[in-house]
Design a binder for this molecule. Structure first.
Ligand SMILES: Nc1ncnc2c1ncn2[C@@H]1O[C@H](COP(=O)(O)OP(=O)(O)O)[C@@H](O)[C@H]1O
Ligand SMILES: [Mg+2]
Length: 299
């Protein structure tokens, strides 16, 4: 097969995917999506890269990172229009980047999530905070790597953060603080309908955020059956056949925080010793044949 890896900054993950795909005899090309453009004409969708038409891929692997999500998703959508197989569809990429939209889909699919409030500017800030209790978590709907997540210890602090966000017309969520697992979360790597690896991430200091980018470290963890099923249900609800489901252990069972549509391989492969890249390539081999001809319209 000829496989295109669609990325912005090729790093460890792209290297590993390339390596595993080549091992299995595939031709692999890395495409930087910011340098792509699309041509739209009646019945003839095309993607160009550095002046060349990309018209002979059997499959593309999207690695659309935050920052240029809409552009990246549009490039992937164009490949979909051309009938090229992608294990991660553009609509699912866009969905996963919006924490509100993700939580709405997850809640509808009966996946456990922290109690969450979304509101426009209102005088009822006190009531909003009361509904989730304190300490409370306030996070930007577009947060990544822990950079838009605030822990407000008191109601006063929560109110002032919320009011500051209102001033800027910033979209944010107010969320119940899951005390039981402060500073710890679990990354579950899903490929197809299987969990292929999982690790626990813990912050090194007293930060409540366990993101590796905030200095957290990972270790191997054994999932409970409930956690495994929850992760698979979350992946399905988001329409993501390759993803990283982040969940927290709570007194009332696993609670999903988010589902990442471009999960990195470096941490998970190093911590678990699993060949996750190999699993992804195998999945693409199995599924690329069933090419998607028509784009389905979805939320
Ligand atoms: N409701 C919550 N209760 C406790 N800790 C939380 C909660 N939400 C987020 N965290 C912590 O903050 C980290 C970042 O939050 P997350 O929602 O994943 O945002 P981001 O997309 O920026 O990583 C999580 O990995 C977790 O450790
Ligand atoms: Mg996160």
């Amino acid at each position: 097969m000829k496989i295109g890896i669609i990325t912005r900054v090729p790093g460890y993950t792209v290297r590993r995917l390339r390596e595993e795909a080549r091992k299995r005899g595939h031709e692999v090309v890395t495409i930087k999506y910011p340098e792509c453009y699309v041509e739209i004409e009646q019945d003839r969708p095309t993607v160009f890269y550095r002046g060349n038409e990309l018209n002979d891929f059997d499959a593309v692997v999207p690695r659309i990172l935050p920052g240029m999500t809409a552009y990246g998703a549009a490039i992937i959508r164009q490949f979909e229009m051309m009938g090229v197989y992608t294990p991660v569809r553009s609509i699912a990429i866009t969905r996963s980047r919006d924490k509100l939209r993700s939580l709405q889909l997850l809640s509808k699919a009966q996946v456990g999530i922290p109690k969450t409030i979304f509101s426009r500017e209102t005088d009822a800030v006190d009531d909003l905070v009361d509904r989730v209790g304190t300490p409370s978590i306030i996070k930007l709907t577009s947060s990544t790597q822990g950079n838009g997540v605030v822990l407000a210890e008191t109601k006063k602090a929560a109110k002032s953060v919320i009011q500051a966000f209102y001033v800027n017309d910033t979209s944010f969520l107010i969320q119940e603080f899951v005390k039981e697992s402060a500073g710890i979360d679990i990354r579950v790597f899903v490929v197809g309908s299987q969990v292929v690896a999982s690790m626990q991430r813990q912050s090194l200091d007293d930060d409540f955020r366990s993101n590796i980018h905030q200095g957290g470290t990972g270790k191997v963890i054994k999932l409970t059956e409930d956690e495994r099923k929850t992760a698979l249900r979350a992946a399905k609800a988001m329409g993501l056949s390759i993803c990283g489901v982040d969940l927290m252990r709570s007194d009332r069972g696993p609670l999903v925080l988010e589902v990442n549509s471009a999960p990195g391989l470096e941490g998970i492969e190093a911590v678990t010793g699993r060949n996750v890249a190999g699993k992804i390539v195998e999945y693409i081999e199995r599924n690329a044949k069933r090419r998607v001809k028509k784009d389905k319209v979805g939320a």
